[in-house]
Write a protein that binds this ligand. Sequence first.
Ligand code: GAL
Length: 374
Amino acid sequence: MIRKLQFFFLAFFCVFLLKAQPQKQFTPGEIWKDNNGKHLNVHGGGILFHDGIYYWYGEHKLAGKIGNTAQVGVSCYTSPDLYNWKDEGIALKVNETDPASEIAKGCILERPKVIYNAKTRKFVMWFHLELKDKGYYASRSGVAVSDSPTGPFTYLNSFRPNAGFWPVNVLPCHLKPVAPTVKDSYCGGKGCLAAPPDSLNLLGRDFKGGQMARDMNLFVDDDGSAYQIYSSEENSTIHISKLSDDYLSCSGNYFRVFSGRYMEGATLFKRNGKYYMIASDCTGWAPNTARSAVADQIFGNWTELGNPCVGKDSELTFHSQSTFVLQVQGKKDCYIYTGDRWTPENPIDGRYIWLPITFENDAPKIYWKDKWSL
Ligand code: GAL
């Protein structure tokens, strides 16, 4: 009996020690446990560094296929070191009571990002929003705001960006009338367009109502100007769109890039005065080959640099899709590729692929690592 008790206490102590042991490294693709011992539920997200703390926002997913729709909202976790995360609960809740709400439970709410506006002292969240039961046709951007980084965020509105504005690099073909044969919407996937996006003039088609915005990201430049980067024109073309000074709306000042390249999961960062983009191809939840690009100015000219991933499974981005690039504060030249390894049959099980970005001849490179630390 005493032996049994001794064994029981020893086992209990070991479990306690294991639980209390802080993480000191990243383990891409493994289960990442929060302070409650649960796998982090923060998919397609983004990270904000504010007052010495990292805030990680992302899609809260459920088990089973229903988890591909927003049943709960946007989760938030905090960390002092990027390895150990505390669950701060739901920062933005879907509306459970009003089925007419734009963010009604069951809508699609993807790739949320939060930035801090120093002038208004507000935390501003943008996300890709699809209205409930409408598939991926709405292609809207949603905006929410909070006084606190952990929320609760108040939903403001949603729209298709830049209605009534031409991009700074508009082409003569866009200013011509749109052919009556051009459909109001296509299936949205690669290969569904009858002709290249410019010959269909999808930009002109959406001029009045606003541009389609699916996969999206935010980027804040050194001067405090913020930009939304979104997949537009039936996912065929990226738009880089400057936000208003309060970050709550579009300024109407935007730039088209990579037309016909079908880039998704685009994420923008800056290094040594140059702008970089890492993005994916357009194959839904299935992984594909990533792309990278560089520009001296955010509104072009962008030059593609090819697949940044190197080695085994590099053609599938190590079975992940780009989500966000984090520049680590206080560490020189330290950038982390963060991607999602989606599991659409059971979305809650999706894994996080974080890998260091190195630079070779000023081109970003990503190598697989089973375990690593900063
Ligand atoms: C991916 C996209 C995800 C999600 C998914 C739906 O290409 O990056 O955010 O929208 O398609 O199939």
